[in-house]
Design a binder for this molecule. Structure first.
Ligand SMILES: [Fe+2]
Length: 187
């Protein structure tokens, strides 16, 4: 299945709009941010936007097999024939590697690859500066929001602390790039 931004949007809409309206609002805002970066990003513009659309489809009730959304989403996309980079970016988005260790599925996530590129950082940035209902957040405020939403004992909260340096580094590199291309005030 070729996954251009339009197809990715349709897929995400089918899976999330309806069963998970709040999550869908979040995805709409993440994809809007990704689209804003496209003109400056060059060859990866379509890839970033497509990935933004589908990054959270693993939350969809139809897809939640393991209950760890980056892995459920990546496996589904892989089965559907999505481009390998989309699959990998979804698998590892927003420090999923650390969360996978806390959740106990690190071996399963290791089926995929963390490409550690600017495109990967920007996906993390768009996601980690967008609240659960689609509102804009400063990165640090978003981390506080996640911590409060999940509570101290949840694996997501435990993973926040372990993975915070990596998250901050990705946000820092993203901000540097956004400033260099004149988009710092827009996303
Ligand atoms: Fe997200």
């Amino acid at each position: 299945m070729p996954l251009d931004p339009f197809d990715a949007e349709a897929l995400a809409r089918r899976l999330l709009d309806g069963p998970l309206p709040r999550r869908w609002s979040h995805v709409l805002a993440v994809a809007r941010k990704a689209r804003l970066l496209g003109p400056e990003l060059g060859d990866d513009a379509g890839l970033l936007e497509a990935t933004a659309w589908v990054h959270d489809i693993g939350y969809a009730p139809d897809l939640a097999v393991i209950g760890f959304h980056p892995l459920d989403g990546a496996r589904y996309l892989n089965e559907e024939g999505a481009p390998r980079r989309v699959v990998d970016l979804v698998a590892f988005h927003s420090s999923a590697w650390v969360e996978a260790q806390e959740f106990g599925v690190a071996d399963e996530l290791a089926e995929f690859h963390d490409e550690r590129t600017l495109t990967r950082d920007l996906l993390w940035y768009c996601d980690m500066t967008t609240g659960p209902d689609g509102t804009d957040f400063e990165f640090e405020d978003r981390m506080t929001e996640v911590r409060e939403r999940y509570g101290p004992d949840h694996y997501v909260t435990r993973a926040l602390d372990v993975g915070m340096d990596e998250r901050r580094a990705a946000v820092g590199r993203s901000r540097e790039w956004l400033t260099s291309v004149g988009l710092a005030d827009q996303v």
